[in-house]
Write a protein that binds this ligand. Structure first.
Ligand SMILES: Cc1cc2nc3c(=O)[nH]c(=O)nc-3n(C[C@H](O)[C@H](O)[C@H](O)COP(=O)(O)OP(=O)(O)OC[C@H]3O[C@@H](n4cnc5c(N)ncnc54)[C@H](O)[C@@H]3O)c2cc1C
Length: 433
């Protein structure tokens, strides 16, 4: 059950803040005064009471920033209960990414609006300024496509983890400077409580995660190539087996390829099979090495399972599955698992060669009357669209889509335009940043 979606996440946070601040300010009779302060754009304030828009708004923005980043650190822990709230790790990371960007705008608003005490020097002030610059740079580095394309994922991740340290600087600033938050009982407990949770989550993820999180040992058992770009890897367990649902994914560390890198791949074997299988397409360095350098007998650490792209979470009895390229992987196990629904699978490829994957799907079609499958060759038919499929009873169907972002977004936009409810559209993101 997905409790929080992108559309509801921010209204919830705004609602919490609105409530806490309103209650606290309603009962506040304290004597906080701007003895002599200045704001970056709105001039100086002398002997102005706490009830001024710059003070209140400036601090409301800072309390949002604390909360949004605290939730972001909580998401990064990959805790099962957090994943469940957001309906899958991929969705959660998407919210993580977007809310990081929004938090930077809130931080900028705080920096521009909040009055600064001019009377006494407080080391919290320069600390806050440095935290602001570092968080700004950190988020731009994490989010701008320019950097994403140029910095390899693992190097990017190492830099990204420093965000927790910058956050600690920001929280220390909040503890040191004079503020209205420190005077308001509810807001104070909430903001510093959230800060404490955020810092705890960051410490756990950055330093303790590896000790607490179970990784299962497997060994590479079979390697077969679908074509020059796609390899299928089977692994047999060395001890405890991974329990998972068809359609889920896990993180794999192939120790002889890289000791530090861990990559997500969808499991294409069935939960009741002893061996784990993944199907990997060459995309960059790591996946190329898996295609070219992996050998039998090499050891693999597996962490998971994750994801909600699984039949347990999909209720519709009539389903259309659309896969783009390597986005076929979750459907390979979903199609072989026990499903009572009527399924039509469309696999969009630029052009099709015969492959083991295609043969597997043909076999499933022959053995299951409820499962039909077709190839959509875009070199011959153009881009796929829902309209071109001529579907009937569109509002009764469930749609499962996995593939390149552009294809996914275009189809989802079209489905929503045609009146399909969001809850009937299920998608899997193949990227976390
Ligand atoms: C939920 C999920 C399921 C996936 N299932 C499959 C699958 O079944 N088959 C398949 O071929 N691919 C799958 N992928 C994609 C696969 O993880 C990436 O193609 C692979 O990690 C790219 O690594 P690279 O070094 O070869 O390429 P790079 O060029 O370094 O990376 C390409 C992109 O892949 C992502 N990426 C790179 N490294 C990591 C990492 N360590 N962790 C997370 N993301 C990373 C980044 O978005 C990056 O921009 C899946 C991805 C996700 C998120």
């Amino acid at each position: 059950m997905r409790f929080i979606k992108q559309e509801t996440y921010f209204p919830i946070i705004i609602g919490i803040h609105f409530f806490i601040w309103t209650v606290d300010l309603y009962f506040y009779h304290g004597g906080f005064v701007e003895t002599s302060s200045d704001t970056l754009f709105f001039g100086q304030m002398t002997n102005v009471s706490w009830f001024n828009v710059h003070r209140i708004l400036g601090e409301v923005f800072s309390s949002w920033v604390v909360t949004v980043f605290a939730f972001n650190f909580l998401m990064a822990t990959r805790a099962r209960w957090v994943e469940n709230i957001f309906g899958g790790l991929d969705k959660m990371y998407m919210i993580h990414r977007r809310s990081g960007l929004i938090a930077v705008f809130l931080l900028l608003a705080h920096f521009l609006i909040v009055p600064r005490d001019l009377v006494e020097f407080n080391p919290g002030k320069p600390l806050g300024f440095y935290a602001f610059i570092l968080i700004l740079l950190g988020v731009l580095l994490a989010a701008l496509p320019f950097f994403k394309k140029r910095i390899p994922y693992n190097k990017w991740l190492n830099v990204h983890r420093l965000m927790g340290f910058f956050y600690c600087m920001g929280v220390a600033h909040g503890l040191m400077v004079n503020s209205l938050i420190r005077e308001l009982p509810l807001t104070r407990v909430y903001v510093f409580g959230m800060a404490f949770i955020g810092i705890g989550a960051w410490i756990y993820r950055a330093f303790l995660y590896r000790f607490f999180n179970e990784r299962l040992s497997y060994v590479v058992d079979r390697i077969s190539h679908w074509d020059s770009e796609i390899v299928q890897i089977s692994m047999k367990p060395m001890g405890k087996e991974l329990g998972f649902l068809a359609g889920q994914f896990a993180f794999f560390r192939f120790r002889d390829i890289s000791k530090s890198e861990q990559h997500p791949f969808t499991i294409t074997s069935l939960p009741e099979e002893k061996d784990l299988r993944i199907t990997v397409k060459k995309l960059g360095d790591y996946t190329s090495m898996l295609n070219e350098k992996l050998e039998l007998g090499q050891e693999v650490d597996v962490e998971g399972p994750y994801g909600h792209f699984a039949s347990k979470y999909i209720k519709e009895k009539d389903q259309l599955w659309i896969a783009g390229g390597i986005g076929i992987t979750p459907f390979l196990s979903l199609a072989r698992s026990e499903i009572s629904a009527k399924i039509r699978l469309i696999w969009c490829v630029s052009s099709m060669e015969r492959s083991a994957g295609l043969e597997e799907l043909e076999r499933m079609q022959d053995s299951n009357l409820n499962f039909s499958f077709e190839i959509w060759e875009s070199s011959k038919k153009g881009h796929i669209s829902i309209e071109k499929l001529g579907l009937v009873d569109i509002d009764k169907k469930g749609f499962l889509i996995c593939g390149p972002e552009k294809l996914k977004d275009a189809l989802i936009r079209e489905l929503k335009r045609m009146g399909v409810k969001s809850k009937s559209i299920h998608e899997e993101e193949f990227a976390f940043r």
